[in-house]
Design a protein around this ligand. Sequence first.
Ligand code: ATP
Ligand code: MG
Length: 248
Amino acid sequence: MIPKDHPRYESLVTREKLVEGVKLGVTALQGLIAHGRGEAFDYILGEKTREFALKAEKAAVAALLLAKHPVISVNGNVAVLVPKEIKELAEEVNAKVEINVFHFSKERVKKIAEYLSSFGINALHACDAELKGLSSARRIVDSKGILIADVVLVPLEDGDRCEILKKHRKKVIAIDLNPLSRTARMADITIVDNVIRAVPKMVEIAREMKNTSKEELKKILEEYDNKEVLREAVNGIIEYLETVKKSL
Ligand code: ATP
Ligand code: MG
């Protein structure tokens, strides 16, 4: 048991969830390493949802609400970190959920599907189609999901697949704590925030935006500038480090 008053309670609980995920065969061991890189960036971002992330989260919800075939892609980390919130977001924006993993095995995909189903998520995982131009297992998709999607939300993406999704003319929304990653720079909308904060925040935003007109949603998207948001994120890190430096 992690004591509630531990200064790193949130972070420790998150790690426990991922370790449990590995034991269940849902999360890949490599997922733990990826999370570590994410945590390091979260640390130097001040471990909270910053203004640039909020801006991207709003644009992302607008894009999902405007989409014809929105799909939320889920891997072994996302499945154990925010299953309840993924279900809520999918319902709010009327999106499909699809399982898509880098470290592929039929058995693992089945375990993730069963895990998600215990949270009431009926995730696509037919693995009956291919995204041409990609050699990793991320190319294996569902013909009713990512293959025909126009907007794909990819929390914790790999740079290569992000590029291919773009080549297949899909609008890509990434959640990535590293504003320098290939994914972050390749996506149309990059949310530089922890998935454990970003997804619940997007559910909240989606509920608020429910009655927003299409014109208003389009305007939010038109005014959104991802390069600017990434610059703000890098500045956010610099400013945070400057503040810490002054306090030393
Ligand atoms: P790229 O291929 O895009 O250059 P990478 O190779 O550095 O990125 P991957 O290992 O492909 O990264 O994916 C892990 C990414 O996910 C990292 O950039 C990390 O910052 C991010 N990440 C990990 N855990 C979280 C989390 N909980 N919330 C948000 N981002 C996270
Ligand atoms: Mg990568």
